[in-house]
Design a protein around this ligand. Structure first.
Ligand SMILES: C[S@@+](CC[C@H](N)C(=O)[O-])C[C@H]1O[C@@H](n2cnc3c(N)ncnc32)[C@H](O)[C@@H]1O
Length: 238
């Protein structure tokens, strides 16, 4: 018998959980996460080009991107992806290049493949979030961005205590409740060429955040580089 590692067991739990969620996912999580998804899409479209959605799920975001963006979607759950394919067919989304069953921690795309990597409500569900962010950075082109919408755990107080208490049950449902922002910030600090460029609180109740990281290099004029250039020009003119 082959002994499974902790991460493999964790992935089995997640896969089982999302096979159960697939038929009702849009009904339960459609509206509640809508503002976060919209903010992530707007951030991704500011960069544009070829976009990878990791943990694309039922493809709920796909029809909302501009048709000028080329989209690729991956997810570890086949039942969730089947829903995404139905959506692509229903909306005639010719800008979707493909949907693949794939593990976020081991993306089978070459280095520097995408202008943006988007992951909405995903990073806190994977067993090794930092390894997953490393993969996102690897497949991202220089000058590109990682755009996350993620749950951020409370740093102190009653909410933190409740999150820790609820953590084992949440895991069985397919997510993690306790996950500090410090982990994202530390990952960016320790990862060569990656910078944290934004954190913005998102509903419901501000328990989620839009988090953006930029990869150094490239010639892209992102809103951040434009802002820096404008600031420098104003200073030079004084
Ligand atoms: C909370 S759902 C989010 C779905 C969608 N992004 C949304 O906005 O509603 C999390 C998704 O991440 C997927 N997922 C979890 N672990 C994953 C992994 N290791 N690799 C790829 N996808 C994963 C799940 O199957 C599920 O579809």
């Amino acid at each position: 018998m082959i002994a499974l590692s902790h991460a493999e067991l964790d992935k089995q739990t997640i896969t089982k959980a999302y096979a159960r969620w697939a038929p009702v996912y849009d009904l339960v999580f459609g509206a509640v996460f809508e503002r976060g998804r919209q903010a992530a899409i707007e951030a991704a479209e500011r960069v544009g080009g070829r976009i990878l959605e990791v943990g694309v799920g039922t493809g709920i975001s796909l029809p909302h991107y501009s048709r000028d963006c080329r989209l690729c979607g991956v997810d570890i759950s086949e039942p969730m992806l089947r829903k995404a394919q139905e959506r692509v067919d229903e909306f005639g989304l010719g800008n979707v290049e493909g949907l693949w069953v794939m593990d976020a921690e081991q993306l089978s795309f070459p280095d520097d493949s995408f202008d943006v990597v988007v992951a909405q409500y995903v990073v806190t569900t994977v067993p090794n979030p930092e390894a997953t962010l490393d993969e996102f950075a690897r497949v991202l082109k220089p000058g590109g961005e990682i755009v996350l919408v993620s749950r951020v755990g409370a740093e102190a107080g009653l909410r933190r205590a409740l999150e820790h208490w609820f953590a084992p049950a949440a895991r069985k449902l397919g997510w993690r409740t306790e996950f500090s922002f410090e982990r994202y910030a530390r990952w960016a600090k320790q990862t060569a060429g990656m910078r944290l460029v934004e954190r913005r609180a998102m509903p419901p109740l501000g328990h989620f955040s839009l988090i953006r990281f930029a990869k150094d290099g490239g010639q892209r004029a992102t809103s951040d580089t434009v802002a820096v250039a404008r600031h420098a020009a104003v200073r030079a003119a004084r």
